[in-house]
Design a protein around this ligand. Structure first.
Ligand code: NAG
Ligand code: NAG
Ligand code: NAG
Length: 182
């Protein structure tokens, strides 16, 4: 009994369940993520989806994306519409006026969420795989990843081993894309 408790604690210690997200999917304004190998992404409440940076294979470059996190082979369901991956140290921040802003290490804006008008209250990584930006005076999102599919297509080979690119999917065929993984 004592030993099984010991192993349980050991397991919890070595495999922190950070996907049982501390913030329950909620992302406060001014929160940021940095492109490194170790940065914990923003998880949805169930831990099914994560928003953050994925390292590209054989390169010290990163892709800002949303992936299905519950299977070994990460399945990317959305990525920022950027022609080139971003260097290590790039930073994504949820700004209270402009939404998500991705900057390089010099602070130059590489990408940002377009058409965000209003005062931002928080971001939310939904268990549906949709990242939304909520305003302080509306229940409708000011921006959502489902409504902003990407045009740029990255070849599946560019992703780190163990990752798998499904490519961009519109809201309509999104669930099919997930289903086909199993
Ligand atoms: C994606 O980027 C391309 C090239 O910069 C641009 O023409 C297109 O409008 C963008 N699409 C979206 C959905 O932002
Ligand atoms: C998550 O998405 C679903 C479906 O669009 C929606 O009904 C629900 O309100 C969302 N949850 C939150 C906390 O925004
Ligand atoms: C939203 O934020 C703005 C700016 O801080 C404030 O003027 C406005 O009263 C807020 N609206 C609500 C409903 O809290």
């Amino acid at each position: 009994m004592v030993s099984s408790l010991f192993y349980l604690l050991l397991f919890l210690f070595f495999f922190p369940q950070h996907n049982l997200a501390q913030n329950n999917g909620r992302v406060a304004t001014s929160t940021s993520l940095t492109a490194t190998d170790e940065t914990t992404p923003w998880f949805s409440p169930s831990g099914d989806f994560a928003f953050g940076f994925q390292k590209l294979q054989d390169k010290d470059q990163f892709l800002l994306c949303i992936w299905y996190a519950k299977i070994q082979e990460k399945t990317i369901v959305w990525h920022a519409n950027i022609s080139n991956p971003v260097p290590r140290g790039s930073r994504l921040q949820l700004d209270s006026q402009n939404g998500l802003i991705l900057s390089d290490t010099q602070g130059n804006t590489i990408w940002r969420t377009d058409m965000v008008f209003g005062n931002i209250d928080h971001g939310f990584m939904n268990d549906t795989g949709n990242f939304v930006i909520m305003g302080n005076d509306s229940t409708d999102p000011l921006w959502e990843s489902f409504r902003n599919p990407t045009d740029t297509l990255l070849p599946s080979q560019t992703l780190e081993r163990g990752s798998f690119l499904v490519s961009q999917r519109s809201e309509a065929n999104f669930s099919q894309g997930i289903a086909s993984v199993f």
